[in-house]
Ligand binder design. Structure first.
Ligand code: ADP
Ligand code: MG
Length: 226
């Protein structure tokens, strides 16, 4: 297996300033993600997990620190280049799906591929294949409001994977689901990840799910511990 480090975050610090008050949320986090690697991050609410995941995914910037993705300094990218980078290399799954409410399941799944410049028919073919793969062939024309929580997360997974990213970042993807749906969604996420051979960093409250991962890290007061 290729052991290349695809993402290397060094000494990530995040502070929020409100007038004279400074809240330090991340205290110098270091993390290396290898190609094809699975990493779970657990930790109590408010410990900084979402903040870290947003920063790793370039959705937020750190106060200081460095993020290299396949050697490229992500904090130097901006605007259109950054959006293109994200579209091509990263997939996101959130606790609250973040699907576009006015679009169908199929349209939501195809969106990243259309944005990347693919032909419409190719995006539809791949979207249909993925929706079938996540067990939603009978729900392609449903809007998010017409789907169950578990179904929405399965659409979100298909959308995250359609551009074959190198890394999927998932923030409590099963946090809102009942036990059975959580189990199904978690299994699908890990299976599709394996089929795509991408890396996965997943934040979860669920210790049972987290311990199935080869690497499980704990976030504690803005510090990442083994
Ligand atoms: P987790 O995902 O582990 O529950 P978060 O990363 O969401 O934690 O939040 C970490 C800490 O950062 C929390 O104490 C939260 O209140 C604080 N925080 C998040 N966003 C802001 C903000 N915009 N301004 C100030 N503090 C914030
Ligand atoms: Mg969170």
């Amino acid at each position: 297996m290729n052991n290349e480090i695809i993402l290397k975050a060094s000494n990530i610090v995040k502070e929020y300033r409100d007038g004279a008050v400074v809240t330090k949320v991340l205290h110098g986090v270091n993390l290396e993600v290898k190609s094809n690697e699975l990493i779970a991050i657990i930790g109590s609410s408010g410990s900084g997990k979402s903040t870290l995941l947003h920063i790793l995914g370039t959705l937020d910037s750190p106060t200081s620190g460095e993020i290299l993705f396949k050697g490229e300094n992500l904090l130097k990218l901006g605007g259109k280049k950054l959006a293109q980078f994200r579209n091509k290399n990263l997939g996101f799954v959130y606790q609250f799906h973040h699907l576009l409410t006015d679009f169908t399941a199929l349209e939501n799944v195809c969106m990243p591929m259309l944005i990347s410049g693919a032909k419409k028919q190719d995006a539809i073919t791949e979207g249909l294949r993925l929706l079938d793969r996540v067990g939603l062939a009978h729900r392609i024309n449903h809007k998010p409001s017409e789907l169950s929580g578990g179904e929405r997360q399965r659409v979100a997974i298909a959308r995250a994977i359609i551009n074959r990213p190198s890394l999927i970042l998932a923030d409590e993807p099963t946090g809102n689901l009942d036990r059975k749906s959580a189990e199904d969604v978690f299994n699908l996420l890990t299976q599709l990840r394996a089929e795509t051979a991408c890396s996965l960093v997943v934040v979860t409250h669920d210790k049972d799910l987290a311990t199935r991962f080869e690497r499980c890290l704990t976030m504690h007061d803005g510090r990442l511990e083994l």
